[in-house]
Design a protein around this ligand. Structure first.
Ligand code: 13P
Ligand code: SF4
Length: 419
C-alpha cells in the first residue's frame, strides 16, 4: 500500500478540504442551518431542514475510546432488538458497529429483512432512513442518530418544485397516455430524494432507481412511456442515458429556479430524458484533470468513478458504477494493481486499508468527506443507543402512511425490475 502522503505528493494535489472539518459535528447543531463542513458545506440548506437538538455534554465530552465502549455495551444490551445499518460513506468508527454495510440499494433491502428488530438505527442520511421506514414493518422504529444528516442533492428537488415542473411539462408534452397506450412522461426519481418524491412517482406511474440499477429501471420506464423526467441528479440521468444510446440533444435540463425550466418548449417536447438540475457536491468535485494526473503518476492504473460524477469524468474513466460496484472492482483487481477511485473519501480510504496488496487511492486524495454523512459521529450513535436501552426512542423518522404507501409502490416497482 502506498501512503496517502506519498499519493498526494505524486499527484501534486493541493488541499481543497474545508478547515472546519477539524471541528466536531455538534459544533454545527446550534448554529444557523448548514450541512456542516465538508464537500456540500456550501450548498444552500432548505429552511425547513431538520435540526438536531444539542447533544448532552456527557457525549460531546466523552473520549473516542469511551464512546466506542458505550456503543458496544448498549448494542450488546439491546441484542437482536436493534439493527444497525451503515452506508459505505460512514466513518470507520461507525462502520465497525454496523450489522450491514452497503450502498443505498443494498441497505434498503437489508432494512426489510429483520422484522424482529424493534429498532433500525440508520447510519446514513435522511432519505435512506425514510426508505427504511417505508420498507420495514409498521411496528419498527427507524432512527437517524443525527437529524441534521440530510443530503444536499436530495434537497435540490422538493415536491412543490417537481409538481410545478410536472404541470408545465404536461402542458407542453400532453397529459396521460398517447394512442399507443404509452405515458407521455414517466417520472423516475433517484433513491437520493425525499419520500414525497418517491410517492409522486408511485402516483404517476413512475419508479425509483439507485446507482446500481439506473439502466434497467430506465429500460422499464421507456417500455411504458415516451419520455422520462429524471430527478434530482442530472449526472446519473445523463450518464445512464448516454450509455443506453441517447444523445445529448435528447436530454434538456430542467432548472427549477428558471421560468419554464430554462429550455425551449420544443426541446422538452422532443426530449427522451428531461434532467433535473441537481448534483452531488462530493462527486461533482472530480475532474478530468485529476484523471490525467492519476494516469501520469500511476501508469496503467485503472480509473473507476461513481455515476454521480460529471459526464466528462465518466467518459474519461475506465469504469463507472455504484459504490457496491466500486467495492467489487477493487476486490477483484489483481494484487499489485493501482486503482484510482472517484467517490467519497471515507470509502476509498477504507478500501485502501483493506487491500494493502493494491494501490487504491482517491482521484482527489484531499477531497472533503460528504458533510452530511459526517454528521453521524459516534457520540450521536452512543446517545441514540443508550436512549433505546433506557426505553426511549430518539430521532424517530416517520413517513406519513399516505406518502409511505405511494412511495412503496415506486420502490416495489424498482425491486421487481432489479431484485
Ligand atoms: P449509492 O449508495 O447508491 O452508491 O450512492 C452513493 C451516494 O451518494 C449515497 O448518498
Ligand atoms: Fe448526498 Fe452526495 Fe452525500 Fe450522497 S455523497 S449523501 S448524494 S451529498
Amino acid at each position: 500500500m502506498t501512503s496517502v502522503d506519498a499519493i498526494i505528493e505524486k499527484l501534486g494535489a493541493t488541499r481543497t478540504c474545508d478547515a472546519g472539518l477539524t471541528k466536531a459535528p455538534w459544533a454545527f447543531d446550534k448554529t444557523k442551518p448548514s450541512y456542516g463542513p465538508g464537500a456540500s458545506a456550501l450548498d444552500l440548506i432548505p429552511h425547513n431542514a431538520p435540526r438536531q437538538q444539542p447533544l448532552p455534554a456527557e457525549y460531546t465530552q466523552a473520549s473516542d475510546d469511551e464512546l466506542q465502549e458505550r456503543i458496544i455495551n448498549a448494542k450488546r444490551a439491546l441484542g437482536n432488538k436493534v439493527l444497525i445499518l451503515g452506508h459505505f460513506y460512514q466513518r470507520d468508527e461507525i462502520i465497525v458497529h454496523a450489522d450491514y454495510t452497503g450502498d443505498s440499494f443494498q441497505l434498503s433491502k437489508n432494512a426489510a429483512t429483520r422484522p424482529e428488530a424493534d429498532n433500525i438505527v440508520f447510519c446514513g442520511v435522511h432519505f435512506m432512513a425514510e426508505t427504511a421506514d417505508i420498507l420495514s414493518t409498521p411496528r419498527q422504529n427507524v432512527i437517524l442518530p443525527n437529524m441534521s444528516a440530510g443530503c444536499s442533492m436530495a434537497d435540490m428537488a422538493n415536491i412543490d418544485q417537481v409538481t410545478d415542473a410536472w404541470e408545465q411539462l404536461e402542458d407542453i408534452c400532453g397529459k396521460g397516455t398517447d394512442a399507443d397506450g404509452k405515458q407521455q412522461i414517466v417520472p423516475v426519481t433517484y433513491m437520493n430524494s425525499s419520500a414525497a418524491l418517491k410517492a409522486f412517482c408511485g402516483r404517476h406511474g413512475g419508479i425509483v432507481c439507485t446507482s446500481s440499477n439506473a439502466r434497467p429501471v430506465l429500460e422499464w420506464a421507456f417500455a411504458r412511456g415516451k419520455r422520462v423526467l429524471f430527478f434530482p441528479d442530472q449526472h446519473l440521468g445523463r450518464n445512464t442515458a448516454l450509455a443506453m444510446g441517447m444523445s445529448l440533444d435528447q436530454m434538456p435540463l430542467w432548472d427549477p429556479y428558471k421560468p419554464a425550466g430554462s429550455a425551449a418548449p420544443e426541446d422538452y417536447r422532443d426530449a427522451k430524458m428531461i434532467l433535473w438540475k441537481g448534483f452531488c457536491s462530493v462527486h461533482q468535485r472530480f475532474t478530468v484533470d485529476q484523471i490525467d494526473r492519476a494516469r501520469k503518476a500511476f501508469p496503467g492504473c485503472k480509473v473507476i468513478v461513481h455515476p454521480e460524477c460529471s459526464m466528462d469524468v465518466v467518459n474519461a474513466a475506465d469504469g463507472t458504477g455504484s459504490t457496491a460496484y466500486i467495492v467489487k472492482e477493487i476486490e477483484n483487481a489483481p494484487a499489485g494493481s493501482a486503482i484510482a477511485v472517484g467517490t467519497e473519501i471515507n470509502l476509498v480510504n477504507r478500501l485502501a486499508a483493506q487491500h494493502p496488496d493494491k494501490t487504491v487511492f482517491c482521484l482527489d486524495p484531499v477531497v472533503c468527506p460528504c458533510s452530511t454523512m459526517y454528521r453521524i459521529h459516534p457520540a450521536y450513535l452512543a446517545w441514540a443507543l443508550e436512549n433505546l436501552v433506557n426505553g426511549k426512542v430518539v430521532n424517530k423518522i416517520t413517513v406519513d402512511p399516505q406518502t409511505a404507501s405511494e412511495a412503496k409502490i415506486a420502490l416495489e416497482r424498482m425491486l421487481e425490475v432489479h431484485p
